[in-house]
Design a protein around this ligand. Structure first.
Ligand code: ADP
Length: 161
């Protein structure tokens, strides 16, 4: 049986840190579903469809990776897909604290649900979607923060903003 994992997040936008976690998860599992989780009551910076498009561009060469959207509870999505694990990335102790709580809540809501943590590469520890949005909005370069294939899409969005 295929071992499927779900990598959930806002991906607003996907960064080089996310891309690295996706590639590594794709080596560990048979299938990776990158799920753009969004709350319909909250608006992000990029539309969900734009985030999905950027994720598809970034994961183009990875045959066992698909991109999906979910606006409900993560545990319901995990149940629906039959995933054996949820992947989350850890950049440091602040992430760990928040992520452990989430993992424990999710395991209570769906007994047996496993959260697998992959640690960020040292060079990606300072990379976040919010830093990318902030830099791009002031016209600063975002090279090295996002995969090159989506750099212009992000910069165009902030052009003249
Ligand atoms: P969320 O809003 O769910 O935290 P994000 O899109 O910000 O969504 O992040 C999704 C996941 O990727 C989280 O587990 C986060 O800790 C992880 N992550 C974010 N940035 C990086 C990075 N630079 N390196 C590794 N993991 C990261």
């Amino acid at each position: 049986m295929e071992r499927v994992c779900v990598y959930p997040g806002s991906f607003d936008p996907v960064t080089i840190g996310h891309a690295d976690i996706i590639e590594r998860a794709a080596r560990l599992f048979d299938q990776v579903i990158v799920a753009v989780l969004h709350n319909p009551n909250k608006t992000g910076c990029f539309r969900v469809s734009e985030r999905v498009d950027m994720l598809r561009t970034v994961t183009q060469g990875l045959e066992n990776v698909t991109v999906d959207v979910w606006d409900g509870l993560l545990v319901d999505y995990v149940r629906r897909t039959g995933a054996v694990a949820v992947i989350r990335g850890l950049r440091g102790s602040a992430d760990l604290e928040a992520e452990m709580t989430m993992a424990q809540i999710n395991a209570r809501l769906l007994p047996g649900m496993e959260t697998v943590f992959l640690t960020a590469k040292p060079e990606h520890v300072c990379v976040s979607s919010s830093a990318v949005r902030e830099a791009a909005s002031f016209g600063a370069p975002i090279r090295g923060f996002v995969p090159e294939s989506i750099e212009s899409t992000i910069l165009t969005r902030f052009d003249g903003a």
